[in-house]
Ligand binder design. Structure first.
Ligand code: SF4
Length: 495
């Protein structure tokens, strides 16, 4: 674990508390901005938009209309508008799908020639930092300057390192040789310092959200987001934001499932006619949903918001929503996590003990099906699998508990959580880790990353350095930083 200076004033510890954190600032990976006078770099503004670090329930366009962002769009790396396929709703109007262009100034629309470029004809929203009176022909404009969910300086430190482009299809990078020369204990120390930056970043997001909606709602939003995996984060986020509407404990499981499936628009419109068990369940959910549908008609998500193909059947959004419904029925999840945090847990039992705390009762339908239409499984499967629990731990549970410990000035709890974070077993391998291991560490072996924190540290380095360079590592400072560090620091030094 890295040696870090800690403040006990209830705030996230200083961002310059570790040498890795200092590297980020020194190299300009993250800009240090003054709240009053600086404009964010356009890339940071795009990242703020991508991560929706906004007061999402208070957004108004320049002409004074309330606007809801149902999906910020997918970041485009192929030229043209910055984000593709966003979905927004202006006032009580219909949902609109289209592109989003992010510029520092509203005048950029004409100055950059977007008005004459056919590639921009599908832009439905111009997101800006400074706005003048919109010129004729400018799309609907949203000024986000007054709508950030945290101070600009804070956002720049935590989001500045996030990806601005997809990872290039390249294997070994310029940093590979110097990193391979680092002795394993020192390399692990470097990865852990980067992992600590990542923990702080996720924790600060919970802290900012909790200021607006409270700790428990912030936790629910984090959990739902994590259940969205890569492609359905935003509909799951929206479903969680609507929780105050649909959550009225105590209630029946079928009622919760009907509301969640109904509001999410994941309920099939017709029966299979071939699987009586599935048809029976769908009918029961529909019977329940019909009774309540009208009172939720204003918040039903468009089905097109979901990406339903390309994920493993066990990760299908319908099954994830079923898990969320079980958690919601429990209603005591936050207390369970706090009790798990207060318990003595040996390192070898970290993942199983959290799985036990988060696991739900077997479900008559969903323990046996991946989707409404999939055939019945031969063997019942738990709604939460062992592999998923590590993602929930490093992305949601540990950051949420950790920042609560920081705010509560509970140094012992903070240390316990950090120990758990750095002792957590590795998560399931994925394509980001596979490529990063080859590019940065020159190995295909998952054993190069012995725990979840090492994986998180490597991902943070990819976000901070690879994503700001290119496939030929143009101007990446990491190779020199590593060379200088190993030249001047004795083996095993943590600073
Ligand atoms: S961009 Fe930088 S961190 Fe990424 S592989 Fe190249 S040298 Fe390494």
């Amino acid at each position: 674990m890295p040696r870090l200076q800690r403040k006990s004033n209830g705030k996230v510890p200083s961002v310059l508390a570790s040498f890795y954190a200092q590297w980020r600032v020194r190299c300009g990976v993250v800009p240090v901005l003054r709240e009053d006078s600086d404009s964010p770099p356009e890339r940071l503004l795009q990242t703020i938009w991508q991560h929706q670090r906004l007061l999402r329930d208070q957004l108004n366009t320049l002409d004074g209309q309330p606007i809801r962002i149902l999906h910020p769009g997918f970041r485009s790396v192929e030229g043209g508008p910055d984000f593709r396929d966003a979905i927004v709703q202006v006032g009580d109007g219909p949902l609109e799908a289209g592109d989003v262009e992010v510029d520092l100034r509203s005048s950029g629309w004409h100055a950059h020639g977007h008005d004459r470029n056919p590639a921009f004809q599908n832009v439905i929203l111009h997101v800006v930092w400074e706005s003048e009176r919109p010129a004729p022909g400018t799309p609907l404009t949203l000024n986000v300057r007054q709508a950030l969910d945290a101070p600009l300086g804070e956002l720049s430190l935590w989001l500045g390192g996030e990806a601005a482009q997809t990872l290039p299809e390249e294997l070994r990078g310029e940093c590979c040789a110097p990193l391979r020369a680092v002795p394993p204990p020192q390399l692990l120390n470097l990865l852990h310092q980067a992992a600590h930056v990542r923990l702080q970043s996720k924790a600060s997001q919970f802290q900012a959200r909790a200021r607006r909606v409270g700790w428990e709602q912030a936790l629910w939003e984090g959990l739902f987001r994590a259940l969205g995996y890569k492609h359905n984060v935003w509909p799951m986020q929206r479903l969680a934001e609507l929780r105050p509407r649909w959550h009225t404990p105590p209630t029946q499981l079928l009622a919760v499932q009907a509301r969640l499936f109904g509001i999410s628009a994941l309920l099939p419109a017709d029966l299979t006619r071939a699987q009586t068990g599935a048809d029976h369940y769908v009918r029961r959910v529909w019977d329940q949903w019909w009774r309540e549908r009208d009172q939720f008609s204003d918040c039903i998500l468009p089905r097109a918001l979901w990406r339903l193909h390309g994920s493993r059947p066990a990760n299908h959004p319908q099954r994830r929503v079923a898990l969320a419904s079980r958690w919601s029925l429990d209603g005591d999840l936050a207390s369970k996590l706090q009790r798990w945090c207060a318990r003595e847990v040996p390192d070898s039992a970290l993942a199983p003990s959290l799985l036990e705390a988060l696991q739900v009762e077997p479900d008559d339908f969903w323990s046996w099906h991946c989707t409404f239409r999939s055939p019945r499984l031969k063997k019942a499967q738990p709604l939460l699998g062992g592999t998923r629990v590590t993602d929930l731990a490093v992305n949601v549970v540990l950051p949420w508990l950790w920042i609560r410990a920081v705010e509560g000035k509970n140094a012992a709890m903070q240390r316990t959580l950090e120990r758990r974070y750095f002792s957590w077993p590795p998560a399931e391998d994925n394509s980001v880790l596979r490529l990063a291991r080859q590019r940065l560490l020159g190995t295909t072996s998952p054993k190069a990353l012995p725990g979840a924190a090492a994986q998180q540290g490597l991902i943070q380095m990819v976000r901070d350095f690879c994503d700001h360079s290119n496939s030929i590592c143009d101007r990446c400072k990491l190779p020199d930083l590593v060379r200088d560090w190993t030249a001047f620091k004795p083996t095993g030094s943590s600073k």
